[in-house]
Design a protein around this ligand. Structure first.
Ligand code: DGP
Length: 114
């Protein structure tokens, strides 16, 4: 998708601090971190949100979770724990319309919404 900022990062057209990459997933530091570790886990396939997950593309969710485990271990937050968060759609505050999960950790976090 030519106007998608995450597709441009995937294509190397704009810079990002990449912490993990394989043939299906890329993970890079969020530009507006809310925690000492704040990484975005992004499938290379352009999928707008989890609303567009179906039987043909759903395997990317396993890829994302496996990448999150690797990133958490690499960045030293695997033992103490972390949150993996997805915002879907306007009410959830999704601002980039390319499926992504926020991996945040490196501190004790505040109250949980759920
Ligand atoms: P969300 O609000 O859930 O759609 O999260 C989008 C996140 O993407 C937000 O935390 C900021 C981050 N972000 C937006 N543009 C860029 C960018 O160009 N580079 C990086 N590294 N992160 C970005």
């Amino acid at each position: 998708m030519e106007d998608c900022i995450f597709c441009k990062i995937i294509d190397g057209k704009i810079p990002a601090t990449v912490v993990y990459e394989d043939d299906r997933v890329i993970a890079f530091r969020d530009i507006q971190p809310v925690a000492p570790v704040h990484v975005l886990i992004v499938p290379k396939q352009h999928i707008q949100s989890i609303r567009e997950i179906n039987e043909n593309n759903g395997s990317c969710l396993i890829d994302i979770h496996m990448a999150a485990n690797k990133v958490a271990e690499k960045l030293g937050i695997w033992d103490k724990g972390y949150r993996l968060i997805n915002n879907c759609g306007a009410d959830a505050g999704q601002t980039v319309l390319h499926l992504h999960y926020h991996l945040i950790g490196g501190m004790a976090m505040g109250p949980k919404i759920i």
